[in-house]
Design a protein around this ligand. Structure first.
Ligand code: HEM
Length: 80
């Protein structure tokens, strides 16, 4: 049961957290920026395509946030 060593587990936790942050942080920031740019384009031009793209990028970025705020991801904050 060497792999149950707290040091090894902590390293795995840090490694996995780092890996998904590398993916989800740029994705979340990028989708929010895309939604803002597309919505501005919709307001300025009135083209319906921009509204559809705004909704699509808003939905995708809220999916990543929902995942981040899911109960499973709150475990370490609640256990202290
Ligand atoms: C600039 C943006 C962000 C920073 C600086 C940041 C920083 C951190 C740090 C320091 C932790 C460790 C907390 C701890 O162990 O006490 C953490 C945990 C976590 N982060 Fe982020 N994060 C960012 C964005 C995100 C995003 C965009 C997501 C997902 C969409 C995300 C999902 C998570 C999850 C699921 C955990 C593990 C749960 C927890 O430890 O409470 N984070 N983050």
């Amino acid at each position: 049961m060497e792999w149950l060593d707290p040091l090894i587990l902590s390293r795995w936790q840090f490694g996995l957290t780092t890996i998904y942050h590398y993916l989800f942080v740029p994705l979340t920031i990028g989708m929010a920026l895309a939604a803002a740019i597309l919505q501005t384009a919709w307001v300025r031009t009135g083209k319906i395509e921009y509204l559809h793209l705004t909704r699509f990028s808003g939905r995708s970025s809220s999916s990543t946030s929902r995942w981040a705020l899911s109960p499973a991801s709150c475990r370490s904050s609640s256990s202290g």
